[in-house]
Every structure is written in C-alpha cells, then in structure tokens.
Design a protein around this ligand. Structure first.
Ligand SMILES: [Zn+2]
Length: 132
C-alpha cells in the first residue's frame, strides 16, 4: 500500500441501474474489476483503490447533483497513452455519450493536457487523461 493513496471514493447516484451500465463499462475498460455488489450498490476495484456507487435514498433525491455547486466537480483517470484517449473517445461516441468541450478536444484542459471529458448519468464530469 502507498500511504495516503485514495482507498476508496463513494458516490451516491440517482439511478443505480443507469450508473452500473455507465460505470461498469467505463471502469472495466480501464482495467477495474467488479469488487462488491449488493441491492443498493456496486463497487469496482483497481489495485488498492475502489470506487463505490450507491443508490440515493428516495427522500434525498429532491436535491440533484450539480458540479458547479459545492462538492465534487470531476473525477480524472489516467489513460494509458494519447492513443488510448483517442480509442476511448470513439467508444464513448459509439455509446452515445457526448464529449464535453468538443471545440477544444483533446486539449480542453490546456495545450499540454491530452484528455477527453464526458459526463456520467448524473452529470458528474469524468476526465481521462494521458500523461505519456
Ligand atoms: Zn481535471
């Protein structure tokens, strides 16, 4: 274990089924494996870190997520390479997932930052970035 590395992140979602379809596909593409599964949640793990998605209780569903509000803005994952970013961009498009900042893609994060940005079903922004 690397001290201080993220152990897990848990995210409440509005519709678990839709989140499982999206996150299951994405995380498994990135090498994660299904780790925990129960009626109200799922998690996927890669090495020593895992991500958990939990169905939000009905009484808390009135206030929806917005990344411009206080709280999480986005999650960023390492891509293997620039080519990997390109391949994933195509796969996202094939799945009908729209690419954010299209006009600046793949440099929406800056001239030296090769990445694709998109959204999960709750509109949590997701970034896949190539550092090599
Ligand atoms: Zn970022």
């Amino acid at each position: 274990m690397t001290k201080g590395l993220i152990h897990h992140v848990e995210i409440n979602v509005s519709n678990l089924e839709g989140s499982i379809a999206f996150w299951g596909w994405l995380l498994e593409e990135l090498g994660y494996e299904l780790y925990q599964s129960w009626n109200e949640g799922r998690s996927w793990k890669l090495e020593d870190s895992y991500l958990v998605f939990v169905q939000t209780e009905e009484i808390y569903l009135d206030a929806s997520y917005h990344r411009k509000r206080v709280g999480l803005n986005h999650l960023a994952f390492y891509a293997k390479s620039r080519e990997h970013v390109d391949v994933m961009t195509k796969r996202l498009e094939q799945k009908g997932i729209s690419i954010l900042y299209r006009e600046h893609h793949p440099f929406a994060g800056g001239k030296k930052h090769y990445a694709v940005f998109f959204e999960d079903p709750d509109r949590i922004k997701v970034e896949l970035v190539a550092t090599v």
